[in-house]
Design a protein around this ligand. Structure first.
Ligand SMILES: C[S@@+](CC[C@H](N)C(=O)[O-])C[C@H]1O[C@@H](n2cnc3c(N)ncnc32)[C@H](O)[C@@H]1O
Length: 394
């Protein structure tokens, strides 16, 4: 199938669900205001807040609310590009599968797309939100899809039956969005210790232990899992990948990070994984930080650049993981003040003020992969002195 026709088919499918694509946030919000009452918006916002607590019932109530027919198109249109990006990647990976499970299928927007495009394949969509499943069932009926069945099930409370050639889990495994993940060994490294207790604690807190156990059990021999979760930060990515590997799941293709537009934000999401049990994989799990957009440190350029007329702009600044390598390469580093301490949330923080290469620097690093390096001329040292104090007092 050509990319164009796949795009057009997804586009037409989303339109049948009443979803709209917007070129500006202002247009989206004008439509939202025209469609939903202030009371509905308040109800929605209040439920979003309650869902943040991580309580199971609150989460189910949130998804039930989003499935209300009046609310559904408005809310899910915020994720329009998500559906386009995920739908076009998952569909070709269904291939010749005869049975497919879409775990956490929600209202079935993508499940019904796959079922329409693969009439020879039997699909089962499961979700623990009764409201979402009721909508999915009635949509499948309206679209005349005999090859898809939707069931209200919570894989954390009941055993998943059946065996599937493909299991799809998109934005449904790692629901704990606030969980910071697993810290690095210490502030000098991005490496995570191989600590079984820390790993088990992450899996338990996020609920992926039971979810992944159940799903990997339901995978038929030779079957594949297609996974897309919010695990782009290294602190979440590492324990998530280890959770897959612990269950014998190996990469079938290189993981793909995906960027797409939502309302009021751009999401750097994923990566998109295709995994299989047991087989030796040519693709290794990567636990290193992604290549970043930090400015390379160019000594010759720094010296030739005249002092910036804006006194608040440093000579050099890098907020990316690559700041660590630049800091490590500073010649003749002389530390003037430094402090390493444990923050109330458990992370280790290091702040350092010093001189090197005829300049003054401030370096800050923590065990959740944040790095910051700032360099100024000696005459502007006062600026870094106050940043140093600010960081330590905040
Ligand atoms: C963000 S929605 C994603 C829906 C869909 N997969 C998609 O990509 O649009 C997450 C869904 O996972 C479901 N879910 C979360 N935990 C679940 C569990 N333990 N068992 C079944 N469904 C679950 C929620 O009810 C919700 O509908």
């Amino acid at each position: 199938m050509s990319t164009d026709s796949l795009h057009d088919q997804l586009y037409a499918h989303l339109a049948q669900w009443g979803l709209r694509s917007f070129s500006s946030d202002a247009d989206y919000f004008a439509w939202q205001r025209a469609t939903l009452s202030a009371a509905e918006l308040n109800r929605l916002n209040a439920q979003v807040e309650r869902k943040r607590s991580g309580d199971r019932q609150d989460e189910i109530a949130f998804y039930d609310l989003t499935a209300e027919l009046h609310i559904l198109p408005v809310l899910y249109s915020q994720r329009y590009e998500y559906f386009m990006e995920i739908g076009r990647r998952v569909l070709p990976r269904i291939g010749a599968a005869t049975t497919v499970l879409d775990y956490g299928c929600g209202v079935g927007i993508l499940t019904t797309f796959y079922a329409r495009r693969c009439p020879e394949t039997q699909f089962v969509g499961i979700d623990r939100s009764p409201g979402s499943i009721a909508v999915a069932q009635s949509k499948a009926h309206a679209l005349g899809l005999p090859n898809v069945r939707f069931e209200c099930r919570d894989v954390e409370v009941e055993v998943l039956r059946g065996s599937y050639d493909r299991i799809i889990a998109t934005h449904a495994l790692v629901q704990a969005e606030q969980d910071p993940g697993m810290p690095s060994r210490d502030w000098t490294t991005f490496e995570r210790a191989r600590d079984e207790q820390q790993q088990a604690a992450f899996e338990q807190r996020t609920g992926i232990d039971v979810r992944l156990d159940q799903l990997s059990e339901a995978l038929s021999p030779g079957g594949c899992m297609v996974i897309f979760e919010k695990t782009r930060q290294l602190a979440r990515l590492v324990p998530f990948q280890r959770a897959l590997a612990r269950r014998g799941l190996q990469l079938v293709e290189p993981p793909e990070p995906i960027r797409y537009r939502l309302v009021e934000e751009v999401a750097d999401d994923g990566p998109f994984y295709v995994v299989q049990k047991g087989s030796a994989s040519p693709f290794a799990w990567n636990e290193a930080p992604e290549p970043d957009e930090g400015v390379p440190f160019n000594r010759a350029m720094l010296r030739s650049v005249p002092h910036d007329p804006d006194p608040d702009i440093p000579l050099y600044e890098n907020h990316w993981p690559s700041a660590q390598q630049v800091w490590g390469s500073l010649v003749g580093r002389l530390v003037q003040q430094e402090e390493t301490r444990r923050e109330p949330d458990g992370r280790q923080l290091h702040v350092e003020l010093g001189s090197a290469e005829g300049l003054v620097y401030l370096y800050c690093a923590n065990t959740f992969d944040q790095r910051q390096l700032i360099l100024v001329e000696g005459s502007r040292k006062g600026m870094l002195d106050s940043y140093y104090r600010e960081i330590l007092s905040s």
